[in-house]
Design a protein around this ligand. Structure first.
Ligand code: ZN
Length: 258
């Protein structure tokens, strides 16, 4: 009987231990995200960044990822980035050579990146050829104005980022960018969402009259995803698009390093 009691106590301890480990596994973040943003840029972009921080902080509790933020772009250095499985640029991009180099090394060694809207902006004054290649080759060419809703078409309904979306949906008001050449021309780029031709002409002051306008894509050589959404305080007003925003984060975060 004494032995039985001892065995029972041991079994109970083991069960409690297993339960503790399981509880810990359920609450431990699956991945750590660091989001960079600036508060001194165009105010419509700051509005988006602040709403995105609220949205992803909440989503992180649902999807078990840790979402940290910083306005100090010098945090983009090798020592600091080593603690994060992915980084996000909400409303800005690196401005110093050291920040750029740290980003290149991070991405070349399997880091994850999710960029919104102006994060991918580059023109003849950018002088960062690696970044243009990383994006798939597109240089900023133009945009519509004012920001307007637009119908988007899903290019690949089986992809983890788009599989919860209908074939087409109306995305909330945004300033939509055109890229030349189109990232779709690059065989390494997979376009996931495109502005539907039915939107043309789009704009009043600045009018987008036609052409191929990819909105969300990935360069398959990297753990990266670019999303053109990110202008103003309407972006998170669509349940459909919110699902896309959440699935984009968990896809990049969960993708294994290279
Ligand atoms: Zn904008």
């Amino acid at each position: 009987m004494q032995l039985f009691r001892w065995q029972f106590a041991a079994l109970l301890t083991t069960l409690m231990y297993v339960a503790l480990i399981r509880a810990d596994a359920q609450t431990a973040p699956a991945f750590h995200v660091l989001a960079f943003y600036s508060e001194t840029v165009e105010h419509d972009h700051v509005d988006f960044a602040r709403q995105a921080i609220q949205f992803y902080s909440k989503a992180g509790r649902r999807d078990y990822f840790d979402f940290a933020t910083t306005t100090n772009w010098d945090d983009m250095n090798p020592n600091n980035l080593a603690a994060y499985q992915m980084i996000v640029w909400l409303d800005d991009f690196p401005h110093t050579a050291a920040q750029r180099t740290a980003f290149e090394q991070y991405m070349e060694h399997g880091g994850g990146w999710l960029g919104f809207h102006i994060a991918a902006y580059n023109d003849s004054g950018t002088h960062w050829p690696w970044f243009v290649r990383f994006l798939g080759g597109g240089v900023f060419y133009g945009n519509n104005w004012p920001p307007l809703p637009a119908t988007l078409t899903v290019d690949d309904p089986t992809h983890p980022v788009t599989r919860h979306l209908p074939h087409q949906f109306l995305a909330p008001a945004n300033e939509w960018y055109i890229w030349r050449p189109s990232p779709r021309d690059n065989k390494d780029v997979k376009v996931l969402l495109t502005l539907a031709p039915s939107n043309y002409p789009l704009g009043m002051k600045d009018v987008v009259r036609g052409g191929d306008l990819p909105v969300v894509w990935t360069n398959t050589h990297y753990r990266m995803l670019y999303m053109n959404m990110g202008h103003g305080n309407k972006i998170f007003t669509s349940k459909v698009q919110n699902r896309l925003m959440e699935d984009a984060m968990t896809w990049v975060g969960a993708k294994k390093g290279m």
